[in-house]
Design a protein around this ligand. Sequence first.
Ligand code: GLU
Length: 472
Amino acid sequence: MKNMEEYSLFDDVSKVVDHAASHMDIHPGLLDQIKQCNSVYKFNFPLRNGDGTYQVIEGFRVQHSHHKLPVKGGIRFSSFVNEEEVKGLAALMTYKCALVNIPYGGAKGGVTIDPTKYNTDQLEKITRRYTSELIKKKFIGPAIDVPAPDYGTGSREMAWIVDTFEAFNPDAINAKGCVTGKPLSQHGIEGRTEATGMGVFIGIREAVSIKEDMDALGLTVGLAGKKIIVQGLGNVGYYSAKFLEEAGAKIIGIAEYNGGIWNEEGIDIEDIKRYQVANKGFKGYSKGTFMEDTMSLLTYPCDILIPAALENQITLENANQIQAKIIGEAANGPVTQDADVILLEKGIMIIPDMYLNAGGVTVSYFEWLKNLSRVSFGKLEKRYDMKKYDLLLESIEKATGDTFSESQKEIIVRGASERDLVNSGLEETMVTAYHHMNGVRKEKQIKDLRTAGFIVALERIAISYMDLGIFP
Ligand code: GLU
């Protein structure tokens, strides 16, 4: 993976915002307000090691925009975490939520550690202490700021966060809504783990379904047979690849930080994931060619390249060599602003991060709603719907003399489960947002989806401020 030093994700995001604003009629004062981070909290705390030595751990939480509350965004554990990165990621969350119409301002948190270098006890201590630092300054709470998993964290860390928050707020009835991405047993929601990958899949499926756009790229319509390279086989990369493979696409390359794997005939995702977990990498995997130089895999010929790891991966250094026709940004900020210009000149279509990885925060929103209402989706209406559909089928059978098969009955009568409803809400959100963004691109005769996405987002945020009467 690329080095993050001297690169500012926040500056990159601000440049794109300025570019999008140049296509709009927006008050410069309002634009300045939208771009800035409203609150930046940086703190240090000690971690005592088993041998009596201490380490000082650095943590951040940035709330980019308070135009809607609570603010929302993940917590990242990575040695690359720094203030500029967290600010940039927080800003991206604001635009992401606005684009897919989820009612949150953007935020992000981070701890500058390599989580693979710490044992579970240490990670628990760090997570709980990080949470109490947020509680001290009121930087967390179901109505204030709601973290979620991000690179290097998952449901386990979210469980520690909610447990710590509840210990400090025993009388808060909505305490469970202080964080999303929790395990199911801790009031999480069905489908949150795979949500970002599912969203990536739906977003790419929509993009390749439009004949006019595919003709321009020299590609056929649909996912069947599309050759895909994925960077990162973590949660997002794995689920994206799995759903795309199930829809008929071929995953021909996977790049990981410790080596890549290549097979023109297609890589079986379940099989390689099992191998990766057991062997901590792809080295020795017999059904493909192992590649030490993992970054070079990004420049191999393919239809779709999906960077699903970290930001700053496609830069001035490698942009010219990219041979993919479509780049699906599953990670946040994987293509730098300078690289973006080159890729567009080459005629590559970029499905931007702020849209493509919005599935995670979308399902987080459903989880938060579930926590606030204190009832799981489908619980009240499921049986009622089943009885209604049963009666309906019976009367159709009577009226027509035909009978439905048992399997047909099962599909029709089965009431919607929590997972069905989550998937339906996710699909609706991703499909609507794609066509809105692409429509704006065409209407304003803009080359790229990113600028169009930022225009949609900026318009929504600007309206919030203007309706408050703060700006003209
Ligand atoms: N960390 C994810 C993101 O970057 C999810 C955020 C959330 O669910 O709040 O979108």
